[in-house]
Ligand binder design. Structure first.
Ligand SMILES: [Fe+2]
Length: 413
């Protein structure tokens, strides 16, 4: 239940949309054709948690990473970015297992660039992380920051600033010029900001499109509140730099829920947790001065058939996951109604309401269905039952702030 609540909290926080449509200064790009970029996040690969009897997506982390990589390649992605929380705790064998999979993907023609999240270091250190992922960013970097695991990739008229937002154990910080820290909070140092700004200036001079990525978020309300645990120290200054130098997009993860935020010329896209409904990632099509985003649900059934899997869950994954979502609604209404009782009929209506809202949210149509869900017979009993639980304010917020941007958007600059 604690995990559910924290996921819900994250979801609620991830859905505030503010600001205006992004329009950045027009700059010539060296890119003639569009570039298709897949973005996956929060893979939490864990080879030690594969007990299939638990009936949750998290025990399929090994298979779902394979399915992600194959799906992205099949969809024509020309590179994939993985924005942190690659593994479920930074043990060496977990990183080795992931690096093997990424090596295979690259051999099949899908370049991979990774970033650390808060779960990826300790016991491994920063130096070891850069060694594990040398082939997936660190040895290919156009430039590397000396005080963090941030690096920069330049290709096809695109400058990609891959930012290490830290937030991991201070004991893992061992780069020679990294600051000594006593906390595990996310941060950018002055030196990192200077390094990033020099690169942004270069992108501006060269007419390269500038896109940045990091694990922690910049624009959600809670990410601007120091001490919340979600706020990157100096994150506001990095946001201003992105706006100043006309970056249209910042990519992040961490919250485990899809989100889109806009502020002035900058859009932030949060890519969802891989190991939960609807098992999706982000697909970007970058043109000369345009960018299109659409979420992509992995076709796990097709992957399972193609790779000869025998587990019936994997072979019928979409149905299994849909059933799981329904049980999630049933279990949570049952849990809340222990304290705030409902009649059997009201319970059924409340479950139907909850399930409908979740489906609408994840299919990106909650915005269109707002009036219809508010008119459902389960609306009133659900909120009566959810009184005093996170679900109450979370679902209200979800419905009020639903936006069509979650289904896809286009940017132009
Ligand atoms: Fe995270």
């Amino acid at each position: 239940m604690r995990r559910l609540i924290s996921t819900l909290l994250a979801l609620c926080l991830a859905l505030s949309i503010g600001g205006t449509a992004a329009v950045a200064e027009k700059a010539a790009s060296g890119r003639e054709n569009s570039l298709r970029i897949a973005v996956g996040s929060d893979l939490h690969l864990d080879p030690d948690n594969t007990d299939k009897s638990l009936g949750s997506e998290v025990v399929y982390s090994l298979e779902l990473v394979d399915a992600l990589l194959l799906d992205a390649k099949a969809q024509g992605a020309e590179m994939i970015l993985l924005t942190g929380d690659l593994v479920n705790g930074g043990k060496p064998h977990r990183h080795e297992a992931l690096a093997d999979k990424l090596r295979r993907a690259e051999a099949e023609g899908l370049p991979v660039y990774v970033l650390p999240g808060n779960h990826d270091l300790s016991p491994i250190t920063q130096t070891q992380f850069a060694e594990y992922y040398a082939e997936f960013g660190y040895d290919e970097a156009y430039s590397r920051d000396q005080s963090s695991l941030s690096y920069c990739i330049v290709r096809d008229g695109l400058m990609l600033l891959m930012m290490d937002t830290a937030g991991y154990s201070a004991g893992a910080i061992d780069l020679p010029e990294a600051p000594a820290r006593s906390d595990n909070e996310p941060f950018f140092t002055e030196a990192t900001l200077r390094w990033a700004e020099a690169l942004m200036q270069e992108a501006q001079r060269e007419g390269w499109t500038l896109i940045a990525a990091g694990h922690y978020n910049l624009l959600p309300e809670i990410s601007k509140q120091p001490g919340s645990g979600y706020c990157i120290e100096n994150g506001d200054r990095f946001t201003e730099l992105l706006k100043t130098y006309g970056a249209p997009l910042y990519l992040s993860g961490h919250m485990h829920v899809r989100g889109v935020y806009q502020e002035d010329s900058l859009t932030e896209l949060l890519t969802e947790f891989l190991l939960g409904y609807p098992t999706a990632y982000s697909m970007l099509d970058l043109g000369q001065n345009t960018l299109q985003y659409a979420p992509r649900r992995i076709d796990v059934d097709a992957w399972a058939a193609r790779t000869g899997q025998s587990d019936p869950v994997l072979l019928h994954f979409a149905d299994w996951q849909q059933e799981g979502l329904y049980h999630y609604a049933v279990n949570n209404v049952a849990y809340m109604s222990e304290r705030n009782p409902l009649t059997e009929e009201e319970k059924g209506d409340a479950v139907g309401f909850f399930y409908t809202v979740m489906n609408a949210f994840w299919s990106g149509t909650l915005y269109e269905q707002r009036k219809a869900v508010e008119a459902m017979p389960g609306y009133e009993p659900f909120f009566r039952c959810a009184e005093g639980y996170a679900y109450g304010w979370w679902l209200k917020d979800l419905i009020e702030k639903a936006t069509p941007l979650l289904k896809g958007f286009s940017l132009e600059w």
